[in-house]
Design a protein around this ligand. Structure first.
Ligand SMILES: Cc1ncc(COP(=O)(O)O)c(C=O)c1O
Length: 386
């Protein structure tokens, strides 16, 4: 049976991975500055992770959410301690889209409203309400488009105020650092005013931390760079280092009711073992300090490269913007220099989302290759002109 052809594929087949590198079937080593869409947080096949997942699967991989699962409690406690989100409650699911779907559903249940405010260039996932709140027409099917979503520009405080005052909005959903859209961020004043406006208008403020969470921004959550208190925080990518797991952190003022949210697979034993190994490793290896140190080092070198026009993002969620489309440059980096980077909807931007274990040597390796690739592309252009 052929696979449903929804992904344009690079002709590379990784079969193993170790920390910052993956290896294809012929043994070629690739430096991973993309972490499989910001998923690999503690490095490929981290020994803590391998041990925790292997031990757990040999005992009990799964049972339903109708029984007690102490691993969920341990994960929630560790997450509360590391994130500093004191008193929040955790609902576990399986992916980022599902996390946002549940966040929006909760907002609608609690406020009795159904309209959502989202922002231009946002990406919140591919399920029904999540994709409706995603600013990408081609991935929204008519069935998704039935949701009521109003898109506004980042930093349009007046727009948010006008919409919230109409009284029919259940949630404002925001990425504090846009991922797929291309690393743009709202201002501090914007985020803080939106937080205040949501509180004044019985509207949930949802922080989509699916990509920016788990230390990637240099704080546990990207919203923690501001003075805001989201009602719901969605998490996924870095949470399981590749094991599918997502969740929402729910403010203690929101009361749970049986049946309100639910899932078969969410929070299963294996997912929790993976999630705990990730949090323990982030703590033991001081990975958030590493994010800040390496981010500074990376940016300091990026600033010396004249072809890089703008450096966007924070921590290890960075975008390098050029004044030309980067498709060919990224292909060169992959096929000639064996370095994975990411694309964005902004075609002039390379996304950098490495495992949080990255060192200065890896950064040097990247910039050496980037400089050579840029010279190569410029020479080719001269040949074409000549
Ligand atoms: C900010 C953000 N939210 C939600 C999602 C959707 O996550 P998933 O692909 O796990 O459903 C993504 C995925 O790229 C994302 O970047």
């Amino acid at each position: 049976m052929p696979l449903f052809d929804v992904y344009p594929l690079y002709n590379i087949t990784p079969v193993s991975g170790k920390d910052m590198y993956v290896y294809d079937e012929t043994g070629v080593e690739y430096l991973d500055l993309y972490g499989g869409h910001a998923v690999i947080s503690i490095g490929h096949s981290h020994p803590n992770y391998v041990k925790a997942v292997s031990n757990q699967v040999s005992k009990l991989g799964f049972y339903s959410n109708a029984i007690k699962n102490p691993l969920q409690v341990a994960l929630a406690d560790k997450l509360e301690a590391l994130s500093g989100c004191k008193g929040c409650e955790l609902f576990l699911c399986n992916s980022g889209a599902e996390a946002n779907e549940n966040a929006l559903k909760l907002a609608s249940f609690k406020t009795g409203n159904s309209r959502v405010i989202a922002f231009n260039n946002s990406f919140h996932g591919r399920t029904s309400a999540a994709v409706a709140a995603t600013d990408s027409k081609s991935i929204v099917a008519p069935i998704n488009a039935q949701h009521k979503v109003t898109f506004l520009a980042l930093n349009d405080v007046e727009g948010v105020k006008n919409e919230l005052e109409k009284g029919d909005v259940c949630a404002v959903i925001v990425e504090f650092i846009q991922g797929v859209g291309g690393l743009d961020q709202g201002t501090k004043a914007f985020f803080e005013q939106v937080d205040t406006l949501c509180k004044a208008n019985n509207t949930f403020f949802i922080a989509d931390e699916v990509q920016s969470g788990y230390g990637r921004s240099g704080k546990f959550f990207a919203f923690q760079h501001y003075n805001v208190t989201p009602d719901v925080i969605s998490i996924a990518k870095g949470m399981g280092n590749g094991f599918p797991i997502g969740g929402i952190l729910i403010h203690p003022s929101i009361e749970a009711k049986y049946g309100m949210l639910g899932t078969t697979f969410g929070g299963n034993h294996l997912a929790c073992a993976a999630g705990l190994a990730v949090l323990n490793t982030i703590e033991e290896e001081n990975l958030m300090d590493n994010v800040n140190n390496i981010s500074e080092y990376f940016i300091s070198i990026a600033k010396t490269i004249p072809q890089i026009k703008i450096i966007k993002g924070r921590g290890l969620m960075l975008g390098l913007e050029f004044d030309f489309e980067v498709g060919e440059l990224r292909k060169k980096l992959i096929y000639e220099y064996h370095i994975f980077t990411g694309a964005a909807s902004n075609k002039k931007l390379i996304r950098i989302l490495p495992p949080l274990t990255i060192t200065e040597n890896h950064v040097d390796e990247f910039f050496e290759a980037l400089k050579k690739a840029l010279i190569n592309i410029e020479n080719k252009e001269l040949e074409v002109q000549g």
